[in-house]
Design a protein around this ligand. Structure first.
Ligand SMILES: Nc1ncnc2c1ncn2[C@@H]1O[C@H](COP(=O)(O)OP(=O)(O)O)[C@@H](O)[C@H]1O
Ligand SMILES: [Mg+2]
Length: 281
């Protein structure tokens, strides 16, 4: 048996967050790797192992651990995906909704810049407003008019955020595409009848879907640009084709495995093993 680490957040306790490492450990074991699930900690820098599956988003420890281990995903890729504005910038040239970045603000109480509000307003109402750091749809909002835009902007002063063109054709719907080792391996269409956000955590339902040639090629190019071993890419249905909405380096695969019947954990485990043990175990 070979040895490896699966690192989870130091403060994780939700069942969904613990299902992911457990599935990966199970599939790695079948391939001959004993992967220990460990909470993030300074002590890990002194541990031994052939690689580290890093399911945390702590960018500092990712870099510290990368001094010693091959990380899945790599630290830089995790860092870019965790920050929606950095992702937007790294994907320059890819089809994405038009986006305006907030301005760095040192004091939380300051009124939003009028120039910023005007630039956001030029996107046309309603306007999507997103915190750069957020997940499960919880830090994504919609401003229907100037009053709401100003209120949201004031509330988010001091937090990095962005303003984005609302893709009306895709309201409540998107396509989640899983790419592993450069290949599209599964896709799920997510729909919500009650919210413009299709996230499962907000009531969106997932159903198995086919990633057509355009979606697969786009998702694979995005994963390659960001250097991701594993990711879930959210694509919006734009008027003239898909648009990249978001890239999740730690995408949960529980629902996806259920609705598609595709063994995502096994596919990821096989990719990791083939990367690390090029001549077999
Ligand atoms: N520009 C947009 N136009 C239309 N819908 C959007 C847009 N951006 C996000 N959404 C919807 O909101 C959901 C959550 O946004 P996303 O950027 O993926 O943040 P999170 O990290 O919280 O999932 C998306 O899955 C999509 O359904
Ligand atoms: Mg998302």
């Amino acid at each position: 048996m070979k040895n490896a680490l699966i690192v989870v957040n130091a403060y994780t306790s939700s069942p969904q967050e613990l299902n992911q490492p457990a599935r990966l450990r199970e599939e790695l074991r079948l391939l001959g790797v004993n992967a220990e699930i460990v909470p993030n900690s300074p002590a890990l820098c002194g541990r031994e192992g052939d690689f580290c599956v890093y399911l945390d988003k702590d960018k500092y420890y990712a870099r510290l651990l990368e001094r010693k281990f091959r990380l899945f995903n790599r630290a830089e890729a995790i860092e870019i995906c965790d920050d929606k504005m950095l992702t937007y910038l790294a994907l320059d040239g890819f089809p994405q909704p038009e986006t305006v970045s907030s301005l760095l603000c040192y004091s939380e109480g300051a009124a939003p810049s009028e120039e910023l509000l005007s630039a956001a307003e030029a996107l046309g109402y309603p306007i999507v407003v997103k915190e750069c750091f957020g997940s499960l749809g919880k830090q994504v909002y919609l401003a229907k008019d100037r009053g709401e835009l100003r209120a949201l902007s004031s509330r988010l002063q001091g937090k990095p955020h962005l303003y984005q063109k609302f893709i009306g054709e895709s309201a409540g719907e998107d396509l989640r595409v899983i790419v592993i080792g450069g290949k599209t391996v599964a896709a799920m269409k997510r729909c919500s009848e009650t919210d413009f956000r299709s996230n499962a955590a907000l009531g969106g339902r997932g159903e198995a879907a086919e990633a057509d040639g355009e979606a697969a090629a786009l998702a694979e190019a995005v994963a390659a640009r960001l250097g991701l071993d594993y990711c879930g890419i959210d694509l919006l249905y734009g008027k003239t084709g898909y648009l990249v909405c978001e890239v999740n380096s730690n995408a949960f695969f529980g629902t996806l495995e259920k609705v598609t019947n595709i063994n995502i954990a096994a596919t990821y485990a096989r990719h990791i093993v083939s990367e690390i043990y090029k001549n077999g175990i």
